[in-house]
Design a protein around this ligand. Structure first.
Ligand SMILES: Cc1cc2nc3c(=O)[nH]c(=O)nc-3n(C[C@H](O)[C@H](O)[C@H](O)COP(=O)(O)OP(=O)(O)OC[C@H]3O[C@@H](n4cnc5c(N)ncnc54)[C@H](O)[C@@H]3O)c2cc1C
Length: 594
């Protein structure tokens, strides 16, 4: 019999979204019992690495206004954002900045007035990225975590790996549906024991999936386990083809040089010493939106105006030398240290080599404007969710904002729901739990095979780098899908280390399982979208097509192998594609110019 734990609310993930949700839930009723479950220690959650800033309108008296932030976000999204959602983000953000301030956030301030300072970021009409040197995520996380620790009823389950969503009957609604959240299954990594953790309400805050690419700014733990749990439970993944490539990842590691570096005045240069962005975005130059800048960079490289890095990869450079040592030390100290340690270059003295790098997933678990998923009692927030704030391309500094806003919203909603459903029976069929045990212990832990799972993981992520990058084409995408499916049916599902305690080998293979299914969804989505929109640039379809594709993609898991793409060689399981309308309020799509 599997060990069982019960709570009122389960929050899966302890990044900015998860911590903000916990504080929000506890503020509804301080007696609610809340569990925050995380596969890493809280302060190792990927959010700590956010660098440049969090966007909000706080200087209206200096000419900024919320209408402009809303429009910038929608224009940045290439008009695929749900317009009511973008508006909700913008209207909620000023409160979040001051709320963090009151909880102790050390925002960078103006010397003269002592007021919170803001810097430029790409795609904005006003400098509205609120920052804390170049370590905004670290300080936001520390502030939120400190605040959580003031509440005895927020319990942290660090280094617990969730594996599936448990569902049950909707006895409160009178209907006998199996579409109600009842909890999760999880492995306590310290002991290796398997648990069911029950609750009437849950929030998935498991972050992005950027480790499905090799060259990536994400933490090594940013794998799509949470997305895949939802997908396997029958929930849709939305807009997964939209993967953001940030213009400035250093070589060879992929670690990020924040957009704040261009916000502070950094130049992008090619091998002619030319600030090439003037050809692609004459008004905004380096501060055009990320999709525009990354495409321009790849074009420069393809046309032979890149530098050859010592690893053989072609790249461009970012030049910050003209900013001066004092400004760099004060505002960009973190990336200076990163440059010295990981590329051997001091940005005070010389330009540093950079290349577009996988950085953000616009897609995620399909939710409505309040973060509610298609399952009763279950919400999703932060990068794991796709409430359609960012559409086809996110503006920098809007993601930490999204985590804060929808952490707060979903925390409150889950708290009210839990209070109203406390008396619900949380009976979970043992069959469900046994099936999950079978899937992971018989299917993976005790599996057999010749293929080394670490090599399979590398092959998968290299395939994504090669076949689904900034510029895409049908041939590459189809080849990528074929490769991913070959990996899927090969014999990688086994674990050499059979220790119970801290078995990271087992966890790595579990992560690979979710990466394969998610990579497949990204590729199928991309193959089905015959246009260029935001971060999805197709060579065969270089224009945006609002007549046929101004809509979201939805991917549903199917065990039967039904597939919407033309090249379904897989017979194990697959993805069924659907479409979902975009919400418009008052902004008509136009051609974008920066
Ligand atoms: C280098 C970098 C810099 C960035 N800078 C900025 C910036 O300046 N401004 C901005 O707005 N955005 C920035 N972003 C984006 C932003 O940081 C992220 O989108 C955001 O922090 C995601 O937060 P989150 O709470 O959704 O998830 P995360 O912080 O990714 O946390 C995910 C959590 O889920 C847990 N988890 C995952 N799977 C499981 C599982 N199976 N079981 C249990 N727990 C699990 C993890 O342990 C973790 O606690 C940056 C991104 C990168 C990569």
């Amino acid at each position: 019999m599997t060990d069982s734990i019960s709570y009122d609310i389960l929050i899966i993930g302890s990044g900015i979204a998860g911590l903000r949700a916990a504080i929000s839930a506890v503020s509804v009723d301080s007696k609610l019992r809340i569990a925050v479950i995380s596969k890493v220690q809280v302060m190792r959650s990927h959010s700590v690495s956010a660098e440049g800033g969090t966007a909000a309108v706080i200087f209206e008296e200096e000419g900024d206004n919320q209408e402009s932030h809303i429009y910038d976000t929608i224009k940045g999204s290439d008009f695929l954002a749900d317009q009511d959602v973008a508006e909700k983000l913008v209207r909620s953000m000023p409160f979040e900045i001051y709320q963090l301030d009151h909880w102790g956030m050390p925002w960078s301030r103006r010397k003269e007035s002592g007021r919170i300072d803001q810097r430029w970021f790409g795609g904005y009409s006003f400098p509205r990225a609120t920052y804390a040197q170049d370590k905004v995520g670290f300080f936001e996380m520390q502030t939120l975590y400190d605040t959580c620790l003031k509440h005895d009823n927020i319990h942290f389950y660090n280094e617990w790996f969730c594996t599936s969503i448990l569902t049950g009957d909707g006895n409160h609604s009178g209907k006998n549906s199996n579409n109600n959240f009842r909890g999760v299954t999880a492995i306590e990594m310290k002991s290796g024991n398997f648990f069911k953790i029950k609750a009437p309400a849950g929030i998935i805050c498991t972050g992005g999936a950027g480790r499905i690419y090799s060259f990536s700014t994400y933490a090594y733990s940013s794998t799509p386990d949470g997305l895949d749990m939802a997908y396997r439970a029958g929930l849709a993944l939305k807009d997964m083809e939209f993967v953001q490539f940030h213009p400035t990842g250093i070589l060879p590691s992929g670690i990020l040089i924040t957009e704040g570096a261009r916000g502070e005045g950094g130049y992008l240069i090619n091998n002619q010493g030319e600030r090439f962005m003037k050809k692609y975005a004459p008004k905004s130059l380096e501060l055009a939106s990320r999709d525009v800048v990354s495409r321009a960079m790849m074009k420069e490289i393809e046309e032979g105006r890149g530098f050859k890095h010592e690893t053989g990869v072609h790249c461009l450079k970012i030049d910050l030398t003209h900013l001066g040592a004092e400004r760099i030390r004060e505002r960009l100290g973190g990336i200076r240290e990163i440059g010295i340690k990981f590329s051997g270059i001091d940005i005070i003295n010389e330009p540093i080599e950079i290349r577009p790098v996988c950085h953000y997933m616009m897609g995620g678990i399909h939710t409505n404007i309040d973060g509610a998923t298609e399952m009763k009692g279950l919400w999703a927030a932060g990068e794991a969710a796709c409430n359609s704030t960012h559409g086809a391309n996110r503006l920098g500094a809007n993601s930490t904002g999204e985590c804060l806003v929808w952490g707060k919203i979903t925390g409150e909603l889950a708290a009210h729901y839990a209070l109203n459903h406390k008396s619900d029976s949380l009976e979970i069929s043992e069959h469900q739990v046994l099936e999950e045990e079978k899937r992971i212990y018989d299917g993976i832990f005790r599996g057999n095979g010749q293929i080394n799972p670490y090599e399979a993981r590398k092959e998968l992520t290299d395939t994504m780098d090669a076949k689904a990058h900034v510029f895409r084409n049908e041939k590459d995408l189809a080849e990528g899908l074929k490769k991913v499916r070959e990996i899927k049916v090969s014999t990688w599902k086994h674990v050499d280390d059979h220790a119970r305690e801290y078995n990271t080998n087992f966890i790595n293979v579990m992560e690979l399982d979710s990466m394969i299914r998610t990579a497949e969804v990204v590729l199928i989505g991309a193959l089905n979208r015959h246009e260029t929109r935001g971060a999805h640039a197709m060579k065969e379809y270089p224009k945006r097509d609002d007549i046929n594709f101004l809509k979201h993609t939805l991917a549903y898991y199917t065990a039967s192998g039904i597939s919407a793409d033309r090249d379904n060689i897989n017979n194990e399981d697959g993805s069924k594609m659907g479409w979902f309308p975009v919400t418009f309020t008052r902004y008509t799509p136009v051609e974008r110019h920066y």
